[in-house]
Design a protein around this ligand. Structure first.
Ligand code: IPD
Length: 263
């Protein structure tokens, strides 16, 4: 996929993320009235997630009818393969969203040819938008950003994500290793936004044992466009099955890989 095609999609994705974010913010302000369901242990969903995803899916299909789509709420379009696929989480951090915690975002990524090509992550509560992709370095509200040039875990915080899709033992071991190496961990409840924070030099790194593609593709697009490193989340059918997510600045990559036994 040419950078021109990525650039065209970035412009549209930014406008769509802003529109979707405003819709989501409206729901956030009246969250007590929303119909809420449960997808699993500590895994909730509300009518807002579906409505915001439908808006994003419609807008992208109007502009790029030939592109595939994979969303957390509405699933995959026919023939999702090597061509461009939009990978979308309309509200990442749903548990925080429903609890009234301003730690959630709209996440729009694009995968093509086995790579994360672009990311747009919008945090409507703080009106921050992270945008980047092939041929365009990552920005936050229009200002260029880059990962921390960390040499060790002592240089800042690492976000360690967790969901009950996996057992907790390995994550607890990773947290133990972080602390015993003089590091500090954090869990903000929105993995997508945490990846944007890695791209923007707020966290040293992100690690999670299993994340779905809609939570990771946009953030990894941002990190790579900012010159950082990310474990390949699209290998081994990662688009459908999800993957280990590990990402950080380029210098810190060997330390992160060793910390989480990534070989
Ligand atoms: C979750 C969040 C969380 C991460 C989980 C995700 P959701 O997404 O990104 O931070 O640890 O793996 O499932 O359910 O809020 O869209």
């Amino acid at each position: 996929m040419e950078s021109e095609a990525v650039e065209k999609r970035l412009e549209v994705a930014e406008a769509v993320a802003r529109e979707a974010g405003q819709l989501a913010l409206g729901y956030f302000r009246r969250r007590a009235d929303l119909a809420v369901g449960r997808k699993g242990l500590q895994d909730v969903v509300s009518e807002a997630d579906g409505a915001v995803e439908r808006l994003i899916r419609e807008r992208l299909a109007e502009r790029f009818p030939g592109d595939g789509f994979l969303g957390e709420e509405t699933g995959a379009s026919e023939g999702v393969g090597d061509g461009p696929v939009w990978v979308v989480d309309p509200i990442d951090g749903t548990q925080c969203f429903l609890a009234g915690i301003p730690s959630w975002c709209v996440s729009i990524g694009l995968a093509a040819g086995g790579r994360c090509r672009l990311g747009v992550i919008y945090d409507p509560c703080f009106d921050e938008i992270f945008v980047g992709g092939d041929g365009r370095s990552t920005t936050c509200n229009g200002v260029l950003v880059s990962p921390i040039d960390a040499a060790s875990l002592e240089d800042g915080m690492i976000e360690v994500g967790f969901s009950h899709r996996v057992k907790g033992d390995w994550t607890a071991e990773v947290v133990r290793r972080v602390l015993s190496s003089g590091g500090m961990y954090h869990r903000g409840g929105t993995g997508a936004l945490a990846l944007a924070y890695v791209a923007a030099g707020r966290y040293i790194a992100y690690y999670e044992e299993h994340m779905n593609a809609w939570d990771s593709v946009a953030g990894i697009g941002l990190i790579e466009a900012a010159g950082g490193w990310a474990h390949d989340v699209l290998a081994d059918d990662g688009l459908r099955r999800g993957a280990v997510v590990a990402a950080c600045g380029a210098r810190f990559a060997p330390t992160l890989r060793a910390l989480v036994d990534l070989g």
